[in-house]
Write a protein that binds this ligand. Structure first.
Ligand SMILES: [Zn+2]
Ligand SMILES: [Zn+2]
Ligand SMILES: [Zn+2]
Length: 383
């Protein structure tokens, strides 16, 4: 069978870098099916399409689609990472900048302090991204206006329909009409009539007059001009007809039903920061930048081995195993990427006013964190 036609004109990619995750534009005009409930007749009246006997989320990929086996362990660069990340001058500069940005901190201690020690507490951030594709099948429909019905021939299996990947490591969704699955059915919403009852007037074509609240009179002496005394006026919603055009079939009474394949690309992220128990709040590191030490991208990555900090090796091993267990059976893993970042943290000890205090300088941005700054105006400790 010629498969080059499978991506027809109506199948349009909905996603670019700006695509909000979860966006989905079906083929039906949204104006004709506002919250119309099911978009296709109940499944038990639909024909059985070979290869599509069980529709639903996460169609299991065939076994021969298995992920590529990783080739070689990812080796880390050989280098010393335990040296202090910054000089005394930089640490001092960062501290003065920090205290001057806080209105209740006096900059006096920052200016007069004497360094006693700078300790490197450098840590690492490990990230594993697993980019997956999953496929979901369901019945869908649109009003039938004489379109081509292609329910003859063999429908291609859900995972054999070629769909180009829009962009690696970016969430995206797309929906495609499966060829050779369309069939014409009577509209389940209006029982093939093309019209459905008007809910405002309940089929009568008339509603209570608003001017006289249905009394027919605006005062004991005055007959209502709006309804000429009847208390009822013509229904605005249906123009007095008692029924409206069926929104499901757009008045046609018939639907073109077909199977839709929804493809979801998702970037799944495993993130871990090694907490060295130094008293520094690790959650502060969420917003800062580190220095990339290793980036490893492959259809299937191998856990990092021989990194100087063995907890990174262990983290990588469990991350790779966890993602395999989570995604290998229900999705296709298209690509993986793991990165290790060095997060510089320096603990600074200093003396001011004959007492020892500490602060931390962290991130390539040289942010400062301190718990015991000795001169805050609110505690009246300024000399
Ligand atoms: Zn009405
Ligand atoms: Zn009236
Ligand atoms: Zn209908």
């Amino acid at each position: 069978m010629d498969r080059t036609h499978l991506l027809s004109d109506q199948d349009e990619a909905h996603c670019g870098p700006s695509c909000p995750a979860g966006s989905y534009a079906g083929d039906a005009d949204p104006n004709t099916t506002p919250n119309a409930g099911p978009t296709a007749p109940p499944a038990d009246v639909m024909p059985v399409v070979p290869g599509y006997e069980r529709l639903g989320p996460n169609v299991i990929p065939p076994a021969d689609f298995g992920a590529v086996q990783p080739q070689a362990p990812s080796r880390a660069p050989e280098r010393r990472f335990d040296i202090p990340a910054i000089t005394e001058e930089l640490a001092h500069e960062a501290f003065i900048k920090y205290t001057s940005s806080r209105c209740c901190y006096s900059s006096k201690p920052a200016r007069e302090m004497v360094f006693t020690d700078l300790q490197s507490l450098n840590t690492y951030r490990y990230r594993l991204e697993t980019f997956t594709e999953s496929r979901t099948t369901e019945w869908d429909s649109e009003p039938y206006n004489g379109q081509v019905v292609d329910g003859h021939g063999v429908a291609p299996a859900p995972w054999s329909i070629p769909v180009p990947i829009p962009s690696l490591f970016q969430d995206c969704k797309k929906s495609i009409r499966v060829p050779h699955t369309s069939t014409v059915k009577g509209c389940h919403s209006c029982l093939n009539l093309g019209r459905s009852a008007c809910s405002r007037c309940v089929n009568s074509g008339r509603t209570r007059c608003g001017s006289c609240s249905g009394m027919g009179r605006t005062s004991p002496e005055q007959r209502c001009n709006m309804c000429h005394g009847s208390g009822m006026i013509r229904c605005h919603s249906c123009g007095g007809a008692g029924s409206i055009t069926c929104t499901t079939c757009n008045g046609q009474g018939k639907l073109l039903c077909f199977i839709t394949l929804q493809i979801t690309w998702k970037n799944n992220i495993y993130l871990a920061v090694i907490d060295k128990g130094s008293g520094f709040p690790v959650k502060l590191l969420d917003q800062i930048t580190g220095e990339k030490l290793l980036t490893d991208m492959a259809p299937a990555v191998y856990p990092v081995v021989s990194f100087p900090d063995s907890s990174i090796n262990a983290t990588s091993d469990s991350a790779v195993k966890e993602h395999l267990a989570q995604f290998a059976t229900t999705c296709r893993i298209l690509q993986q990427r793991q990165t290790i970042e060095l997060i510089p943290i320096t603990r600074v000890h200093y003396v001011w006013n004959e007492k020892t205090h500490i602060y931390f300088v962290y991130g390539t941005e040289h942010k400062v964190f301190t718990k015991d700054y000795p001169a805050k105006c609110c505690c009246c400790s300024i000399l």
